[in-house]
Ligand binder design. Sequence first.
Ligand SMILES: NC(=O)c1ccc[n+]([C@@H]2O[C@H](COP(=O)([O-])OP(=O)(O)OC[C@H]3O[C@@H](n4cnc5c(N)ncnc54)[C@H](O)[C@@H]3O)[C@@H](O)[C@H]2O)c1
Ligand SMILES: [Zn+2]
Ligand SMILES: [Zn+2]
Length: 369
Amino acid sequence: MKTRAAVMWEAGKSWEIVDLELDPPKAGEVQIKFVASGMCHSDDHLRTGDLPSRYPIVGGHEGAGIVEAVGDGVFDIAVGDHVVCSFLPTCGKCRWCSTGHQNLCDMGALLLEGCLPDTTFRFHSGEQDVSGMCMLGTFSERAVVSRNSVVKIDDDLPLEKAALVGCGVPTGWGSAVYAAEVKPGETVVIFGVGGIGINSVQGAKHAGARHIIAVDPVEFKRVKALEFGATHAVATGEEAIALAYEVTNGVGADSAIVTVGVVASKVVEDAFNSTRKLGTTVVVGLGNMMENTIQLNGDVLTLYQKTVKGSLFGNSNPMHDIKNILSLYRDGLYKLDELVTKTYSLDDINQGYEDMAAGENLRGVILYS
Ligand SMILES: NC(=O)c1ccc[n+]([C@@H]2O[C@H](COP(=O)([O-])OP(=O)(O)OC[C@H]3O[C@@H](n4cnc5c(N)ncnc54)[C@H](O)[C@@H]3O)[C@@H](O)[C@H]2O)c1
Ligand SMILES: [Zn+2]
Ligand SMILES: [Zn+2]
Protein backbone atom coordinates (compact mmCIF):
# COMPACT_ATOMS: atom_id res chain seq x y z
CA MET A 1 0.00 0.00 0.00
CA LYS A 2 1.13 3.59 -0.63
CA THR A 3 1.25 6.29 2.04
CA ARG A 4 2.17 9.97 1.88
CA ALA A 5 4.72 10.86 4.50
CA ALA A 6 7.16 13.56 5.61
CA VAL A 7 10.70 12.19 5.32
CA MET A 8 14.01 13.58 6.58
CA TRP A 9 16.59 12.15 4.17
CA GLU A 10 19.54 13.39 6.21
CA ALA A 11 20.29 15.91 8.95
CA GLY A 12 20.27 19.52 7.80
CA LYS A 13 17.56 19.11 5.14
CA SER A 14 13.87 20.09 5.27
CA TRP A 15 10.96 17.68 5.57
CA GLU A 16 10.03 16.31 2.15
CA ILE A 17 6.56 14.97 1.40
CA VAL A 18 6.81 11.77 -0.61
CA ASP A 19 4.86 8.63 -1.45
CA LEU A 20 6.26 5.57 0.33
CA GLU A 21 5.45 1.89 0.15
CA LEU A 22 4.00 0.55 3.41
CA ASP A 23 4.17 -3.16 4.29
CA PRO A 24 1.16 -4.84 5.90
CA PRO A 25 1.42 -5.62 9.63
CA LYS A 26 3.44 -8.66 10.67
CA ALA A 27 2.80 -10.65 13.86
CA GLY A 28 2.30 -8.39 16.87
CA GLU A 29 1.82 -5.26 14.75
CA VAL A 30 -1.04 -2.94 13.85
CA GLN A 31 -1.69 -0.65 10.88
CA ILE A 32 -3.02 2.79 11.78
CA LYS A 33 -4.69 5.45 9.66
CA PHE A 34 -3.72 8.64 11.45
CA VAL A 35 -6.19 11.41 12.19
CA ALA A 36 -3.65 13.80 13.70
CA SER A 37 -0.04 14.21 14.71
CA GLY A 38 1.43 16.76 17.08
CA MET A 39 4.62 18.53 16.05
CA CYS A 40 6.99 17.99 18.97
CA HIS A 41 10.37 19.69 19.15
CA SER A 42 12.08 16.27 19.27
CA ASP A 43 11.37 15.77 15.53
CA ASP A 44 13.18 19.04 14.89
CA HIS A 45 16.23 17.48 16.57
CA LEU A 46 16.22 15.02 13.63
CA ARG A 47 16.45 17.98 11.26
CA THR A 48 19.30 19.66 13.16
CA GLY A 49 21.06 16.35 13.78
CA ASP A 50 21.12 16.91 17.57
CA LEU A 51 19.40 13.54 17.93
CA PRO A 52 21.43 11.18 15.75
CA SER A 53 19.04 8.71 14.14
CA ARG A 54 18.93 6.31 11.24
CA TYR A 55 18.15 8.31 8.10
CA PRO A 56 16.05 8.42 5.99
CA ILE A 57 13.32 8.63 8.59
CA VAL A 58 9.60 9.37 8.65
CA GLY A 59 9.15 11.91 11.44
CA GLY A 60 6.44 12.15 14.06
CA HIS A 61 5.85 10.36 17.34
CA GLU A 62 2.75 12.08 18.76
CA GLY A 63 -0.10 10.52 16.79
CA ALA A 64 -3.62 9.21 17.14
CA GLY A 65 -5.80 7.38 14.67
CA ILE A 66 -7.92 4.38 13.79
CA VAL A 67 -6.70 0.79 13.44
CA GLU A 68 -7.10 -0.52 9.87
CA ALA A 69 -5.48 -3.94 10.14
CA VAL A 70 -3.86 -6.15 12.77
CA GLY A 71 -1.17 -8.81 12.43
CA ASP A 72 -1.19 -12.35 13.81
CA GLY A 73 -1.33 -12.68 17.56
CA VAL A 74 -2.90 -9.28 18.23
CA PHE A 75 -5.97 -10.17 20.26
CA ASP A 76 -6.58 -7.03 22.32
CA ILE A 77 -6.66 -4.43 19.50
CA ALA A 78 -9.21 -4.72 16.69
CA VAL A 79 -9.89 -3.05 13.36
CA GLY A 80 -11.80 0.17 14.01
CA ASP A 81 -10.31 0.78 17.45
CA HIS A 82 -9.25 4.33 18.28
CA VAL A 83 -5.67 4.49 19.49
CA VAL A 84 -3.04 6.92 20.73
CA CYS A 85 0.56 6.03 19.95
CA SER A 86 2.96 6.07 22.86
CA PHE A 87 6.36 7.34 21.74
CA LEU A 88 7.82 4.72 24.06
CA PRO A 89 6.93 1.07 23.46
CA THR A 90 6.16 -1.06 26.51
CA CYS A 91 6.69 -4.83 26.42
CA GLY A 92 5.13 -5.38 29.84
CA LYS A 93 7.69 -8.03 30.73
CA CYS A 94 11.17 -6.56 31.05
CA ARG A 95 12.69 -5.51 34.36
CA TRP A 96 11.58 -1.90 33.91
CA CYS A 97 8.02 -2.59 32.74
CA SER A 98 7.48 -5.07 35.55
CA THR A 99 8.67 -2.64 38.22
CA GLY A 100 6.49 0.35 37.30
CA HIS A 101 8.89 2.06 34.88
CA GLN A 102 7.26 1.32 31.52
CA ASN A 103 8.83 4.51 30.13
CA LEU A 104 12.23 2.82 30.43
CA CYS A 105 11.18 -0.42 28.67
CA ASP A 106 14.09 -2.25 27.06
CA MET A 107 12.29 -2.03 23.71
CA GLY A 108 13.28 1.65 23.76
CA ALA A 109 16.74 0.52 22.64
CA LEU A 110 15.31 0.46 19.10
CA LEU A 111 14.02 4.06 19.22
CA LEU A 112 16.88 5.74 17.40
CA GLU A 113 17.10 2.88 14.90
CA GLY A 114 13.41 3.43 14.12
CA CYS A 115 12.76 -0.17 13.11
CA LEU A 116 10.23 -2.67 14.44
CA PRO A 117 11.20 -5.32 17.06
CA ASP A 118 12.32 -7.84 14.41
CA THR A 119 14.75 -5.11 13.24
CA THR A 120 13.11 -4.69 9.84
CA PHE A 121 11.33 -1.64 8.42
CA ARG A 122 7.76 -1.16 7.17
CA PHE A 123 8.29 2.06 5.17
CA HIS A 124 10.19 1.81 1.86
CA SER A 125 11.19 4.22 -0.89
CA GLY A 126 11.93 1.99 -3.87
CA GLU A 127 14.69 -0.36 -2.67
CA GLN A 128 15.54 1.84 0.31
CA ASP A 129 14.22 1.14 3.83
CA VAL A 130 12.88 4.17 5.68
CA SER A 131 12.76 4.18 9.48
CA GLY A 132 10.10 5.76 11.70
CA MET A 133 10.67 8.26 14.50
CA CYS A 134 10.38 6.37 17.82
CA MET A 135 9.42 3.22 15.88
CA LEU A 136 6.30 5.10 14.75
CA GLY A 137 6.45 7.74 11.98
CA THR A 138 3.23 9.66 12.64
CA PHE A 139 4.05 12.26 9.92
CA SER A 140 2.43 9.80 7.52
CA GLU A 141 -1.14 9.09 6.52
CA ARG A 142 -0.61 5.52 7.69
CA ALA A 143 1.99 3.53 9.62
CA VAL A 144 2.56 -0.03 10.78
CA VAL A 145 3.73 -0.11 14.38
CA SER A 146 4.21 -2.56 17.24
CA ARG A 147 1.13 -3.34 19.27
CA ASN A 148 3.31 -2.36 22.24
CA SER A 149 3.35 1.25 20.96
CA VAL A 150 -0.42 1.80 21.00
CA VAL A 151 -2.97 2.51 23.70
CA LYS A 152 -6.64 1.94 22.93
CA ILE A 153 -8.86 4.85 23.96
CA ASP A 154 -12.61 5.42 24.11
CA ASP A 155 -14.30 6.24 20.79
CA ASP A 156 -15.89 9.47 22.00
CA LEU A 157 -12.58 11.23 22.68
CA PRO A 158 -11.43 13.62 19.92
CA LEU A 159 -8.44 11.98 18.23
CA GLU A 160 -7.09 15.30 16.96
CA LYS A 161 -6.57 16.39 20.59
CA ALA A 162 -5.79 12.96 22.07
CA ALA A 163 -2.72 12.76 19.80
CA LEU A 164 -0.89 15.15 22.15
CA VAL A 165 -1.21 12.63 24.96
CA GLY A 166 1.27 10.40 23.10
CA CYS A 167 4.20 12.64 24.10
CA GLY A 168 3.95 16.29 25.16
CA VAL A 169 1.13 16.04 27.67
CA PRO A 170 2.36 13.19 29.92
CA THR A 171 5.98 14.28 29.49
CA GLY A 172 5.23 17.73 30.89
CA TRP A 173 2.58 16.74 33.42
CA GLY A 174 4.65 13.86 34.77
CA SER A 175 7.79 16.01 34.98
CA ALA A 176 6.06 17.95 37.76
CA VAL A 177 3.82 15.27 39.32
CA TYR A 178 6.18 12.27 39.19
CA ALA A 179 9.72 13.50 38.55
CA ALA A 180 9.80 16.71 40.60
CA GLU A 181 7.26 15.19 43.04
CA VAL A 182 5.66 18.60 43.54
CA LYS A 183 3.71 18.85 46.82
CA PRO A 184 0.92 21.24 47.85
CA GLY A 185 2.30 24.64 48.81
CA GLU A 186 5.58 24.27 46.94
CA THR A 187 7.39 26.64 44.60
CA VAL A 188 8.30 25.37 41.10
CA VAL A 189 10.22 27.11 38.34
CA ILE A 190 9.57 25.91 34.78
CA PHE A 191 12.10 26.92 32.12
CA GLY A 192 10.55 26.87 28.61
CA VAL A 193 6.82 27.06 27.89
CA GLY A 194 6.41 24.94 24.77
CA GLY A 195 4.36 21.83 24.12
CA ILE A 196 6.09 20.17 27.08
CA GLY A 197 6.52 23.05 29.52
CA ILE A 198 2.89 24.17 29.33
CA ASN A 199 1.96 20.69 30.58
CA SER A 200 4.55 20.95 33.35
CA VAL A 201 2.63 24.06 34.40
CA GLN A 202 -0.62 22.04 34.42
CA GLY A 203 1.07 19.23 36.37
CA ALA A 204 2.48 21.62 38.98
CA LYS A 205 -0.97 23.17 39.38
CA HIS A 206 -2.60 19.72 39.79
CA ALA A 207 -0.03 18.81 42.43
CA GLY A 208 -0.97 21.91 44.41
CA ALA A 209 2.04 24.18 43.90
CA ARG A 210 1.64 27.60 45.49
CA HIS A 211 4.06 29.45 43.23
CA ILE A 212 4.56 28.37 39.62
CA ILE A 213 7.18 30.57 37.96
CA ALA A 214 7.24 30.12 34.17
CA VAL A 215 10.30 31.33 32.23
CA ASP A 216 10.24 31.97 28.50
CA PRO A 217 11.73 34.76 26.36
CA VAL A 218 8.59 34.79 24.17
CA GLU A 219 5.78 37.02 25.46
CA PHE A 220 3.00 34.86 23.93
CA LYS A 221 4.30 31.87 25.92
CA ARG A 222 4.33 33.87 29.14
CA VAL A 223 0.72 34.96 28.57
CA LYS A 224 -0.29 31.32 27.92
CA ALA A 225 1.56 30.09 31.01
CA LEU A 226 -0.49 32.45 33.19
CA GLU A 227 -3.70 31.23 31.50
CA PHE A 228 -2.75 27.61 32.28
CA GLY A 229 -2.05 28.21 35.96
CA ALA A 230 1.37 29.81 36.38
CA THR A 231 1.41 32.45 39.13
CA HIS A 232 4.35 34.34 37.62
CA ALA A 233 5.87 34.55 34.15
CA VAL A 234 9.28 36.08 33.40
CA ALA A 235 11.58 36.33 30.40
CA THR A 236 14.98 35.40 31.82
CA GLY A 237 16.70 32.99 34.17
CA GLU A 238 18.04 35.87 36.26
CA GLU A 239 14.51 37.18 36.90
CA ALA A 240 13.32 33.66 37.73
CA ILE A 241 16.09 33.07 40.27
CA ALA A 242 15.41 36.42 41.98
CA LEU A 243 11.68 35.67 42.08
CA ALA A 244 12.18 32.12 43.40
CA TYR A 245 14.06 33.52 46.42
CA GLU A 246 11.70 36.48 46.85
CA VAL A 247 8.50 34.39 47.13
CA THR A 248 10.13 31.86 49.50
CA ASN A 249 11.67 34.29 51.99
CA GLY A 250 15.12 33.62 50.64
CA VAL A 251 14.89 29.82 50.75
CA GLY A 252 14.70 29.07 46.99
CA ALA A 253 12.37 26.95 44.86
CA ASP A 254 11.56 23.37 45.86
CA SER A 255 12.07 22.26 42.27
CA ALA A 256 12.97 23.50 38.80
CA ILE A 257 12.04 21.81 35.52
CA VAL A 258 13.97 22.39 32.28
CA THR A 259 11.76 22.05 29.19
CA VAL A 260 13.51 24.41 26.75
CA GLY A 261 13.77 23.33 23.10
CA VAL A 262 17.55 22.93 23.00
CA VAL A 263 19.23 22.31 26.36
CA ALA A 264 22.49 24.15 27.02
CA SER A 265 24.54 24.59 30.16
CA LYS A 266 23.30 28.08 31.13
CA VAL A 267 19.62 27.17 31.48
CA VAL A 268 20.35 24.07 33.59
CA GLU A 269 22.66 26.16 35.77
CA ASP A 270 19.92 28.79 36.23
CA ALA A 271 17.44 26.06 37.15
CA PHE A 272 19.91 24.51 39.61
CA ASN A 273 20.64 27.93 41.18
CA SER A 274 16.92 28.69 41.62
CA THR A 275 16.44 25.66 43.89
CA ARG A 276 16.83 25.46 47.67
CA LYS A 277 18.87 23.12 49.84
CA LEU A 278 17.66 19.57 49.10
CA GLY A 279 15.96 21.02 45.98
CA THR A 280 15.46 19.08 42.76
CA THR A 281 16.25 20.04 39.17
CA VAL A 282 14.52 17.93 36.51
CA VAL A 283 15.96 17.97 32.98
CA VAL A 284 13.39 17.06 30.32
CA GLY A 285 14.62 18.94 27.24
CA LEU A 286 17.24 17.53 24.90
CA GLY A 287 20.31 19.12 23.35
CA ASN A 288 23.10 17.86 21.12
CA MET A 289 23.57 14.23 22.10
CA MET A 290 27.26 14.30 21.17
CA GLU A 291 28.05 17.12 23.63
CA ASN A 292 28.17 17.36 27.42
CA THR A 293 25.46 19.99 27.77
CA ILE A 294 25.40 20.29 31.58
CA GLN A 295 28.05 21.93 33.75
CA LEU A 296 27.34 22.65 37.41
CA ASN A 297 29.13 23.67 40.59
CA GLY A 298 29.80 20.35 42.30
CA ASP A 299 30.40 21.89 45.71
CA VAL A 300 26.96 23.52 45.71
CA LEU A 301 25.48 20.17 44.68
CA THR A 302 27.25 18.42 47.55
CA LEU A 303 26.98 20.96 50.33
CA TYR A 304 23.31 21.83 49.66
CA GLN A 305 22.47 18.18 48.99
CA LYS A 306 20.72 19.09 45.74
CA THR A 307 19.41 16.57 43.23
CA VAL A 308 19.65 16.82 39.43
CA LYS A 309 17.70 14.18 37.53
CA GLY A 310 16.59 13.38 34.01
CA SER A 311 13.04 12.53 33.07
CA LEU A 312 11.81 10.50 30.10
CA PHE A 313 8.09 10.80 29.28
CA GLY A 314 7.65 12.52 32.65
CA ASN A 315 8.44 9.21 34.40
CA SER A 316 4.93 8.17 33.30
CA ASN A 317 3.72 4.65 32.54
CA PRO A 318 2.24 4.96 29.03
CA MET A 319 -0.37 2.21 29.40
CA HIS A 320 -1.81 3.87 32.52
CA ASP A 321 -1.04 7.55 32.24
CA ILE A 322 -2.29 8.16 28.70
CA LYS A 323 -5.75 6.94 29.65
CA ASN A 324 -5.60 8.60 33.07
CA ILE A 325 -4.90 12.05 31.60
CA LEU A 326 -7.65 11.57 29.01
CA SER A 327 -10.03 10.82 31.90
CA LEU A 328 -8.99 14.08 33.56
CA TYR A 329 -9.68 15.85 30.25
CA ARG A 330 -13.13 14.29 29.92
CA ASP A 331 -13.97 15.41 33.46
CA GLY A 332 -12.93 18.99 32.67
CA LEU A 333 -9.79 18.78 34.82
CA TYR A 334 -7.23 18.96 32.00
CA LYS A 335 -6.81 21.65 29.34
CA LEU A 336 -6.20 19.72 26.11
CA ASP A 337 -8.18 21.66 23.49
CA GLU A 338 -6.37 24.85 24.48
CA LEU A 339 -2.95 23.29 23.76
CA VAL A 340 -3.54 23.26 20.00
CA THR A 341 -2.61 26.71 18.73
CA LYS A 342 -2.72 25.96 15.00
CA THR A 343 -3.45 23.05 12.66
CA TYR A 344 -1.64 22.24 9.39
CA SER A 345 -1.87 19.88 6.45
CA LEU A 346 1.03 17.44 6.01
CA ASP A 347 2.19 19.56 3.06
CA ASP A 348 2.68 22.54 5.40
CA ILE A 349 4.90 20.72 7.89
CA ASN A 350 7.96 22.92 7.30
CA GLN A 351 5.83 26.01 7.90
CA GLY A 352 4.62 24.40 11.13
CA TYR A 353 8.18 23.96 12.36
CA GLU A 354 9.06 27.52 11.36
CA ASP A 355 6.11 28.69 13.46
CA MET A 356 7.35 26.57 16.39
CA ALA A 357 10.82 28.12 16.08
CA ALA A 358 9.26 31.59 15.99
CA GLY A 359 7.48 30.86 19.28
CA GLU A 360 4.02 31.13 17.75
CA ASN A 361 2.63 27.73 18.83
CA LEU A 362 2.08 25.97 22.10
CA ARG A 363 1.58 22.98 19.83
CA GLY A 364 1.07 22.82 16.07
CA VAL A 365 -0.92 19.78 14.95
CA ILE A 366 -1.06 18.10 11.53
CA LEU A 367 -4.55 16.97 10.55
CA TYR A 368 -5.03 14.21 7.95
CA SER A 369 -8.13 14.17 5.83
N1 LIG B 1 12.43 13.85 28.01
C1 LIG B 1 11.41 13.55 27.24
O1 LIG B 1 10.75 12.52 27.43
C2 LIG B 1 11.02 14.47 26.13
C3 LIG B 1 9.81 14.25 25.44
C4 LIG B 1 9.44 15.17 24.46
C5 LIG B 1 10.24 16.25 24.16
N2 LIG B 1 11.41 16.42 24.82
C6 LIG B 1 12.26 17.57 24.59
O2 LIG B 1 11.73 18.65 25.34
C7 LIG B 1 12.16 19.88 24.75
C8 LIG B 1 10.95 20.80 24.61
O3 LIG B 1 10.08 20.33 23.59
P1 LIG B 1 8.81 21.20 23.13
O4 LIG B 1 8.11 20.41 22.10
O5 LIG B 1 8.08 21.71 24.32
O6 LIG B 1 9.57 22.44 22.44
P2 LIG B 1 9.00 23.90 22.03
O7 LIG B 1 9.89 24.42 20.98
O8 LIG B 1 7.53 23.79 21.80
O9 LIG B 1 9.18 24.75 23.39
C9 LIG B 1 10.41 25.15 23.88
C10 LIG B 1 10.25 26.50 24.60
O10 LIG B 1 11.47 26.86 25.24
C11 LIG B 1 11.61 28.26 25.15
N3 LIG B 1 13.01 28.60 25.40
C12 LIG B 1 14.07 28.49 24.56
N4 LIG B 1 15.21 28.87 25.21
C13 LIG B 1 14.84 29.21 26.49
C14 LIG B 1 15.54 29.66 27.64
N5 LIG B 1 16.89 29.82 27.63
N6 LIG B 1 14.85 29.90 28.77
C15 LIG B 1 13.51 29.73 28.81
N7 LIG B 1 12.78 29.30 27.75
C16 LIG B 1 13.44 29.03 26.60
C17 LIG B 1 11.10 28.58 23.75
O11 LIG B 1 10.75 29.96 23.61
C18 LIG B 1 9.88 27.65 23.65
O12 LIG B 1 8.71 28.30 24.11
C19 LIG B 1 12.83 19.50 23.44
O13 LIG B 1 14.23 19.45 23.63
C20 LIG B 1 12.31 18.10 23.18
O14 LIG B 1 13.15 17.35 22.35
C21 LIG B 1 11.80 15.55 25.80
ZN1 LIG C 1 7.83 14.38 21.72
ZN1 LIG D 1 9.46 -3.63 28.83
